[in-house]
Design a protein around this ligand. Structure first.
Ligand SMILES: C[S@@+](CC[C@H](N)C(=O)[O-])C[C@H]1O[C@@H](n2cnc3c(N)ncnc32)[C@H](O)[C@@H]1O
Length: 224
């Protein structure tokens, strides 16, 4: 198997006989939490990020122009759920990065806690992303906001949280068209989303994620 660097920091491509895998270097060797494929190369462990489980991985398969995540970054993750995609961001930012993992569902945060216990750069927050005032004293300014919430007011939630993003910092937002309006065509929703985002952020790239993530689109944005 051949490990290749990609243009995205900390994200590699592993070519095996049948297909290519997106992988990151495991920050916690010997420990994985999501039944993901783990591959050992030169005494180091790499974990497979599955594009059918992660919108970020789907965007990479779709050749998004930029994944603005680097070592030592501070990230606010809105909609961390059980921590699947967050754990890969945790690999990329490394021990000196910080990932604030926020979710409002106690059931998933309970699972997230086990991941955060082992991964010291992940900090769990049980809170509603609609109410930044309830967690503003528990986080710092961040380099990136990653949002994957599947809510009707997804864009408004991101805008409320921009107060935590540093100038020229980045925002990655995954939009689930069916959560916004089931009666409208996803393409119309993506266009409306783009228009709204444009008022607050510079849009660097966007990719529709079908068929890997049905009726989803991801936007990479930058604070002006
Ligand atoms: C699609 S899942 C996220 C999956 C995760 N990003 C991943 O790739 O591993 C959406 C999550 O957003 C959370 N969520 C939805 N609305 C929220 C809100 N207003 N505040 C905090 N979490 C929210 C849900 O509880 C759910 O766990």
């Amino acid at each position: 198997m051949k490990l290749e660097k990609t243009k995205y920091e900390g994200i590699y491509f592993l070519q095996n006989n049948r297909r290519g895998l997106i992988v990151t270097k495991n920050l916690t060797p010997g420990k994985s939490f999501f039944n993901e494929k783990v591959i050992e190369i030169n005494n180091e462990e790499y974990r497979n990020l599955d594009p059918t489980r992660s919108k970020l991985a789907a965007a990479i398969v779709k050749k998004i122009s930029l994944v603005p995540i680097k070592q030592q970054d501070k990230i606010l993750y809105l909609g961390a759920s059980h921590g699947y995609t967050p754990s890969f961001l945790s690999d990329v930012i490394g021990e000196k990065g910080i990932l604030f993992c926020l979710d409002f569902a106690p059931r998933v945060v309970r699972d997230l806690l086990f991941v955060c216990e082992e991964r010291k750069n992940m900090i769990p927050l049980l809170a509603d992303a609609n109410k930044p005032e309830t967690y503003k004293d528990r986080i710092t300014e961040v380099d990136l906001i990653y949002q994957d919430l599947a809510q009707k007011n997804q864009v408004e939630i991101l805008i409320k949280n921009l107060q935590f993003l540093k100038k020229k910092g980045y925002a990655i937002i995954a939009i689930k068209a069916r959560s916004i309006d089931v009666t409208k065509s996803p393409r119309i929703i993506y266009k409306e989303t783009e228009n709204k985002l444009n008022q607050y952020l510079k849009i660097i790239d966007k990719k529709e994620l079908d068929p890997l993530q049905k009726d989803h689109c991801i936007f990479i944005c930058q604070k002006r």
